[in-house]
Design a protein around this ligand. Structure first.
Ligand code: IPE
Ligand code: MG
Length: 238
């Protein structure tokens, strides 16, 4: 048992859902004189490791913002490389995730992705859907505003004239997921960049300075320690 899993017992508050805005792959690569794509490759390795750390800490849902609706504006070779990495990640880790009892989930406008990517995602989701362990949720071609507008349109199409919060939440990509308790954005940028806009209403936000490829289990542990001291009041009095 590692020191971290021993310490885990002292947490009185374990968040159910942690969402990561993985940021800083490009700057991390630049710092080491490497091309941006190398940063993305190491970023994927960091995601794989943090998934296991989340599971170790007893997290039920871990979300990763890996490609936004705005990221299409990047150079084509970078976009292509990111999707190649995503395809490899889904394919290579599927058997491992099945074994580890993780459930793969994807949010975002998947129907606009190339057919190979769609098939790979669908296979990973289907083949892990009966697992009952941690949910690993990837946001791919995801935008918070798009999600909200899409939910409105689907509710209008369903013929509703008035909706409740529950109706609205059921129309979001995240309908099967709890809201994130914690949102972590690495790299020192202090903004949420169109991620889970509706769902983040009461999330505790953390902005560690490290670039994503350097974000390790001990950094997640530090966030969890700080989370213990956060008083979540939801507008009520303490
Ligand atoms: C995050 O790292 C990865 C994706 C959004 C795909 P960046 O690529 O945004 O890295 P920086 O911000 O340029 O350093
Ligand atoms: Mg960035």
């Amino acid at each position: 048992m590692s020191i971290l899993s021993k310490k885990q017992k002292s947490f009185s508050k374990i968040p159910t859902h942690i969402a990561f805005i993985v940021d800083g792959n490009g700057r991390w690569a630049k710092k080491y004189g490497m091309p941006r794509n190398y940063g993305h490759k190491c970023g994927v390795d960091a995601i794989k490791k943090i998934i296991d750390s989340c599971s170790k800490f007893g997290i039920k849902v871990a979300s990763f913002f890996i490609f936004s609706t705005e990221n299409w504006a990047r150079p084509k070779d970078e976009v292509d490389y990111i999707f190649q990495l995503a395809k490899d990640m889904f394919e290579k880790t599927l058997s491992e995730y099945k074994e580890k009892n993780y459930r793969i989930h994807v949010i975002g406008e998947v129907s606009k992705l190339d057919s190979e990517m769609q098939e790979i995602i669908s296979k990973a989701v289907t083949e892990t859907q009966d697992n009952d362990g941690m949910i690993v949720n990837f946001a791919i071609n995801y935008g918070g505003r798009d999600e909200i507008v899409r939910a409105c349109n689907s509710l209008i199409k369903s013929g509703k004239e008035e909706v409740t919060k529950q109706d609205f939440e059921q129309a979001l990509y995240t309908c099967k997921l709890p809201d994130p308790d914690i949102v972590i954005r690495t790299s020192g940028e202090i903004r949420i960049s169109n991620f889970m806009l509706y769902q983040m209403a009461y999330s505790e936000l953390f902005f560690p300075k490290k670039y994503w490829p350097d974000f390790k289990e001990k950094d997640l542990y530090k966030v969890l320690i700080e989370y213990q001291g956060r008083d979540r009041r939801y507008g009520k009095l303490a």
